[in-house]
Write a protein of this length. Structure first.
Length: 364
C-alpha cells in the first residue's frame, strides 16, 4: 500500500529536451534558484565579457613585433613568436620532428590501449611499457645515428611531459609494492615501508628536488656523474611513490576480507590472489584518488625551475626577459594556465569515463 501511494506521489518523467528544458531543470527549477541565477549572472557576466574581450575580440593575432599590438587587448603575437621555446625549450629547431614523432607514437599507443576492441592488448601494453621508452629515449636524446641533444637543452612543454609521464609510469608500480609491503605480515618489511612512506610524505617536493640536485651527487662515486634531469626524476619518483602507496593502501583496506578468503580457498598463492582478485578491485576503487595524485604531479613539475631545468613555466621567464617583449607576462601566464588546464581536465574526464566503464558494483 505504501509503495502504491509513493508511486502516485511521484511526478511523471519529463520528455522535454533541448536548451529550454536544460535551463529550466538546472538554472530555473524554482523561483529562489532562478533569482540566484539572475543575481550571479548580473555579477559575473560583465567580468566574463571583459575577459573574452581582452583575450579574443580586442586581441592582436597577427604581426611580427610589439609595435603591431593594440592597447586594449591581449598581444598573442608574443606567444606566436616564442611558441617554439614554449613547446621544445632550446631543442634544435631542425630536430623538432623527433619530439613530435615520440609523442605522436605515445598518443597512438595510448589510444589503442584505451580502445576496447584492440586485439592483443597484453602484448601492446608490454611494448608500451618496456620497448617504447627505449625508442623514445634514443629519439629525444639521440644516439644510434641521431644527433645527441643534451638534457640541458630540453625544455618547455616537452620537458614537462617527460617529467610527468616518467614520474607517473614509474611511481605507480613502485607505490603498489610499497602499499603491499606496508600491509605485509613481515614486521621488518612493514616497518621499512611505513618509515619510507611517512618520511617522504612529510617532506615538501621542493625540498626533495633541491636535495636530489645538490645532495645526491655527494653520496655517489666521483666517477659517476648523474644528469640533472635524471636527479630530478629520481626525486619525483621517490616522492610520488609514497603518495601512490597510501592511495593504493586505502583501496586494499576497502576490499572485504571474504575476497582474500575466497582466493585462499581456491588454493591460489599470495601473489595470484593479489594480482587476480584483490589488486584489480583496489585499483578500480582508487581511480579518482590516483588520478588526483597524477594531476597534482603534473602541476608540481613546475617546481623543477629551482634546480635550473627549463620547464614550461621557467621558459616563460626566459621569454619575458627579452627586452623586445617586456610587459607581456599576463599573456604568457594565461597561455601556460590554459595548457595545464587542458591536460589536467583531460585526465579528469578520462578518469570519470573509466569509473563509469568499470562501475560493476562492489559486491561482498
Amino acid at each position: 500500500m505504501f509503495v502504491n501511494e509513493l508511486q502516485e506521489a511521484l511526478p511523471p518523467p519529463s520528455h522535454r529536451r533541448g536548451l529550454v528544458a536544460w535551463l529550466r531543470q538546472n538554472l530555473f527549477p524554482n523561483w529562489w534558484n532562478g533569482l540566484l541565477t539572475l543575481v550571479l549572472a548580473y555579477l559575473l557576466l560583465p567580468l566574463i565579457w571583459s575577459a573574452l574581450d581582452w583575450a579574443l575580440f580586442s586581441a592582436t593575432w597577427q604581426g611580427s613585433s610589439r609595435e603591431a599590438c593594440g592597447q586594449g587587448g591581449a598581444c598573442w603575437i608574443f606567444i606566436e613568436s616564442r611558441l617554439g621555446q614554449y613547446l621544445y625549450g632550446f631543442y634544435p629547431a631542425d630536430q623538432y620532428w623527433r619530439i613530435n614523432l615520440t609523442f605522436a607514437g605515445l598518443a597512438v599507443l595510448l589510444a589503442l590501449l584505451i580502445w576496447p576492441k584492440t586485439p592483443r592488448k597484453g602484448l601492446l601494453a608490454l611494448f608500451t611499457l618496456l620497448v617504447f621508452p627505449v625508442i623514445a629515449f634514443f629519439l629525444i636524446h639521440g644516439g644510434a645515428g641521431l644527433e645527441v641533444v643534451e638534457t640541458n637543452r630540453w625544455g618547455g612543454l616537452m620537458l614537462t611531459l617527460v617529467l610527468a609521464v616518467v614520474g607517473i609510469v614509474v611511481a605507480l608500480p613502485f607505490g603498489i609494492l610499497l602499499a603491499l609491503g606496508r600491509r605485509s605480515h613481515m614486521p621488518v618489511i612493514a616497518s621499512l615501508c611505513t618509515v619510507y612512506i611517512e618520511f617522504w610524505r612529510a617532506v615538501p617536493l621542493i625540498t626533495v628536488l633541491f636535495m636530489a640536485s645538490v645532495m645526491l651527487p655527494l653520496f655517489m662515486s666521483t666517477e659517476v656523474e648523474l644528469d640533472k634531469l635524471l636527479r630530478a626524476l629520481i626525486g619525483i619518483i621517490l616522492f610520488q611513490a609514497a603518495y601512490v602507496a597510501e592511495v593504493v593502501r586505502g583501496g586494499l583496506q576497502a576490499i572485504p576480507k571474504g575476497q582474500y578468503e575466497a582466493g585462499e580457498a581456491l588454493g591460489l598463492s599470495y601473489w595470484k590472489v593479489m594480482g587476480l582478485i584483490i589488486m584489480p578491485q583496489a585499483l578500480k576503487i582508487t581511480i579518482p584518488s590516483l588520478v588526483n595524485t597524477f594531476i597534482s604531479l603534473f602541476k608540481d613539475t613546475s617546481l623543477v625551475l629551482i634546480i635550473g631545468l627549463f620547464d614550461l613555466l621557467a621558459i616563460s621567464k626566459v621569454a619575458l626577459a627579452d627586452p623586445a617583449w617586456l610587459g607581456y607576462s599576463t599573456e604568457a601566464y594565461v597561455f601556460i594556465a590554459m595548457i595545464f588546464w587542458m591536460f589536467c581536465f583531460g585526465m579528469s574526464r578520462y578518469s570519470i569515463y573509466l569509473e563509469r566503464k568499470l562501475n560493476t558494483g562492489h559486491k561482498h
